[in-house]
Design a protein around this ligand. Structure first.
Ligand SMILES: C[S@@+](CC[C@H](N)C(=O)[O-])C[C@H]1O[C@@H](n2cnc3c(N)ncnc32)[C@H](O)[C@@H]1O
Length: 218
């Protein structure tokens, strides 16, 4: 699951994770984070997620990071937006009023890039990564985020032996291991999703739940 894997997925348009609709958990649970209009929200591993538009429509500034230039270009083209592009260290930064998308590797971001954010929307980002990378991802988040930052995290819980990720199963115990040492962890909701996502049943799953967490950085 290295960078080449994701570049290839985007090149071949194998992007079953992409959703046209705004995420239901985002819409339902975002108010629990109490993010004030005008504050900045970080969307890591953002793909061409339309949730960015939803967040902007709520009055937030958004910062995103995405490896694939195919995804970043598609985000702007498909939503009729045009951005100013500039180069900043390891990133091409695409910018317009209220939005800054870093095209490059999440692991190259520093506190100066995203330390000002009030909240994080993590959907299909942590769960896109294999175990060793998840530990590195959470460790990097810990370096990037200031105390008080809230994270709305959507994770999956399913028998990992029944299907190869991504998306990977990241059950409550692992969320605790990754975030419990530096965040307050609160499980907001659990939803059975196999009936709504029959392709996962076809991939061999007997059970799959989506779990929504509010994490608050200590
Ligand atoms: C499963 S997709 C989810 C995209 C988005 N969060 C959504 O909800 O549609 C995971 C995304 O992470 C991106 N990605 C993987 N590794 C990355 C890295 N190291 N830095 C930045 N983006 C990365 C991939 O290109 C892919 O678009």
């Amino acid at each position: 699951m290295d960078q080449a894997f994701w570049h290839e997925r985007w090149r071949q348009n194998q992007i079953g994770f992409h959703a046209e609709a705004f995420n239901e958990h985002l819409q339902r649970h975002w108010p629990a984070l109490q993010v004030v209009q005008g504050e900045t929200v970080f969307v890591p591993l953002c793909g061409k997620s339309r949730d960015i538009l939803w967040l902007m429509a709520q009055g937030y500034s958004v910062k995103g990071v995405e490896l694939s230039s195919v995804a970043v270009k598609a985000f702007f083209a498909e939503n009729g937006l045009s951005a100013h592009e500039c180069r900043k260290e390891n990133f091409t930064v695409h910018q317009l009023d209220g939005l800054r998308l870093f095209c490059g590797d999440f692991f190259q971001l520093g506190f100066n890039d995203v330390g000002d954010v009030a909240a994080v929307w993590d959907r299909a980002s942590l769960v896109a990564l294999p175990p060793v990378m998840r530990a590195a991802y959470a460790a990097r988040m810990r370096q990037l985020l200031k105390p008080g930052t809230r994270i709305l995290l959507v994770a999956f819980d399913y028998p990992q032996w029944e299907m190869q990720g991504p998306p990977f199963s990241v059950p409550t115990a692992e969320v605790g291991e990754l975030y419990g040492g530096w965040c307050e962890v609160e499980l907001l909701a659990t939803k059975d999703v196999l009936d709504d996502e029959p392709h996962f049943r076809q991939r061999g799953l007997s059970r799959m739940q989506e779990q929504v967490y509010k994490l608050t950085v200590d």
